[in-house]
Design a protein around this ligand. Structure first.
Ligand SMILES: NC(=O)C1=CN([C@@H]2O[C@H](COP(=O)(O)OP(=O)(O)OC[C@H]3O[C@@H](n4cnc5c(N)ncnc54)[C@H](O)[C@@H]3O)[C@@H](O)[C@H]2O)C=CC1
Ligand SMILES: CC(=O)C(=O)O
Ligand SMILES: [Mg+2]
Length: 540
């Protein structure tokens, strides 16, 4: 064997996209010169899964399981995906929320080998060169974050890369996007998290965050380079903080096929779940009274899609907005509060609306007073504030409604507004509860945008959409809501996420056709055709 042949054999094993480990057959070992590099046993995907499951169960905690699975993904993509897909309810909490939160906080500690791209500010003039890598020729889906608002855990800098990696693992697991077609990107413009910067192991750029015009110029070069290198790529903005989340979405949704998962994906998830919930309670959407706690990207996204859904059901815009109340860090969002961010101005009530409210204090109106006066049928948390839904608030809500719908959406578990078991206890089991992360409490639905983004992405790509419209998210929400749940839960179980993604993809693709943003022949856009394009985790 020539030196080149030996090198090629090693490269085959080193590349997670080609490595089959012990599952290389004897013929393949012969052809590719793998004899000796592998032990003599010829395994199967099943036996490999069994071995990894045993290793996983022997580990001391979920963080180590997360690190183990990341290493497996970096050594053998088929095996990683087959393992994840075989037991999604067990694996999702390990590769995604809640464990991915700790995975981001401790990203530098478990850094082993590269995955995806780090586009750091010092490399701002090299973006096109970096993207030119032929290994990226097949990329169809990008998830990008700048790490500033990682779940409810704040600024994690370069460690935020755990989120694009996790989201894209789910694009493959749920929407069947081939692992060679996904690209996680971390925009490293520094971090304002001093603990990260001062950590000697930190792998990111040790600099306070670049902001303002420099940041905008950097993002502009990034988008221009992506549009040039990957025409038609679907780009998902993820876990950007505050104003950047809105600005990037609005600035670029017409230039790139793109959406913001925290604003739009979360909105479709929450509205879809709510549509399922109201089939249980029997109260129409147009009669719901909704209190949102935390009116940032996720909360305001939910509110705007709710307004749209209520208007579709017959309310005037003002009537819909009158039914939604937002509480943020300065209390009830009112139009006379100075310097409200634009997304909150749209949700603000007139102070005249509350003149006859009973109040427990003279200052800002908090959640308890809001709940006591609005008597909401629905309470949604997207604040990242652990325990914000306390017993008093929940009992006040439950006093006014037979089946309170309560969704503490914040992730990970350490940031949830309430523990679902408490919500059930304080409402004598009457509450209909949905949480962002899985708590393992029977009858509680996981209300997480993983129910939406894989299907929206798949539908947008399948239809060759020129943009991802708000109508496509509304269609996704309705499709999700129509699926309903099993037993007390509102959505299909996690085991069925692949079916859910396909179902949503079909609805999204049809909506793209209706709105005239699809570019493929409508005849070809069948459920069967979309399903046929979904990659299965088996060895070639
Ligand atoms: N379940 C799901 O699918 C999703 C859950 N989330 C979760 O929602 C949370 C928020 O995410 P984003 O909206 O993107 O963040 P964000 O930072 O845009 O919004 C958070 C909002 O909460 C407000 N807030 C902070 N402290 C508060 C307090 N003490 N009282 C009232 N309001 C307070 C902030 O002022 C801000 O407006 C995170 O924990 C995130 O993990 C986000 C997206 C999807
Ligand atoms: C689920 C998600 O996207 C988040 O918590 O940010
Ligand atoms: Mg997110």
């Amino acid at each position: 064997m020539s030196p080149a042949f030996h090198a090629a054999a090693r490269a085959l094993l080193a590349d997670p996209l080609t490595n089959k480990g012990t599952a290389f057959t004897n013929e393949e070992r012969e052809t590719f010169g793998l004899h000796g590099l592998l032990p003599p046993h010829v395994g199967t995907l099943d036996s490999q899964i069994e071995r990894r499951m045993r290793a996983l169960e022997g580990m001391k905690d979920d963080f180590h399981r997360y690190a183990f699975l990341r290493e497996l993904q970096d050594s053998n993509e088929v095996l990683f995906q087959a393992l994840v897909q075989r037991d999604l309810p067990r694996m999702l909490p390990l590769v995604y929320t809640p464990t991915v939160g700790e995975g981001c906080e401790r990203f530098s500690e478990i850094w082993r080998r590269p995955r995806g791209l780090f586009l750091s500010y010092p490399n701002r003039d090299r973006i096109a060169d970096i993207l030119a890598d032929p290994a990226l020729d097949r990329v169809k889906v990008i998830v990008v974050s700048d790490g500033e608002r990682i779940l409810g855990l704040g600024d994690q800098g370069a460690g935020g890369m755990g989120i694009p990696i996790g989201k894209l693992a789910l694009y493959t697991a749920c929407a069947g996007i081939h692992p060679a077609e996904v690209l996680p990107i971390l925009i490293d413009v520094g971090t304002d998290n001093a603990a990260r910067r001062e950590d000697p192991l930190y792998v990111g750029w040790r600099n306070p965050r670049i902001r303002g015009a420099e940041y905008d110029a950097f993002m502009e070069s990034f988008v221009a380079a992506v549009a040039d290198r990957f025409p038609g790529v679907l780009l998902q903005w993820e876990d950007f903080a505050g104003k950047n989340a809105y600005d990037l979405l609005e600035r670029y949704r017409g230039r790139l096929l793109s959406f913001n998962d925290d604003i739009q994906g979360t909105a479709a998830t929450a509205v879809g779940t709510l549509l399922s919930a109201i089939r249980r309670t029997g109260t129409p959407l147009t009669e719901q009274r909704v209190v949102l706690f935390g009116a940032g990207a996720a909360g305001s996204g939910v509110a705007e899609l709710l307004v749209r859904a209520m208007m579709a059901d017959g309310l005037a815009e003002a009537e819909a907005r009158a039914r939604i109340w937002a509480v943020d860090r300065d209390g009830l969002v009112l139009s006379d509060i100075p310097r409200l961010p634009p997304q909150q101005q749209a949700l603000a009530h007139d102070p005249a609306d509350i003149v006859d409210w009973t109040r427990t204090g003279a200052n800002a109106i908090g959640l308890l007073d809001t709940v006591a006066n609005v008597r909401p049928t629905v309470l949604i948390g997207a604040s990242g504030q652990m325990g914000a839904f306390g017993e008093g608030v929940i009992r006040a809500m439950a006093a006014g409604v037979a089946q309170p719908v309560i969704f503490p959406l914040s992730n990970p578990i350490s940031r949830a507004e309430a523990h679902p078991a408490d919500l059930l206890a304080w409402t004598d089991g009457r509450a209909i509860v949905g949480t962002g992360s899985p708590f393992g409490v029977a009858g509680v639905t996981q209300v997480n945008n993983v129910y939406i983004f894989p299907g929206v992405g798949l539908g947008a790509l399948a239809s060759g959409a020129r943009e991802v419209t708000d109508g496509m998210f509304m269609a996704a929400a309705r499709a999700l809501g129509a699926l309903g749940g099993e037993g007390a839960t509102l959505l299909p179980p996690i085991t069925r996420l692949r079916e859910v993604a396909l179902h949503i993809a079909v609805a999204v693709a049809r909506q793209a056709l209706v709105e005239g943003v699809a570019t493929v022949d409508p005849e070809t856009l069948t459920r069967e055709a979309i399903a046929a394009g979904m990659w299965e985790a088996t060895y070639p």
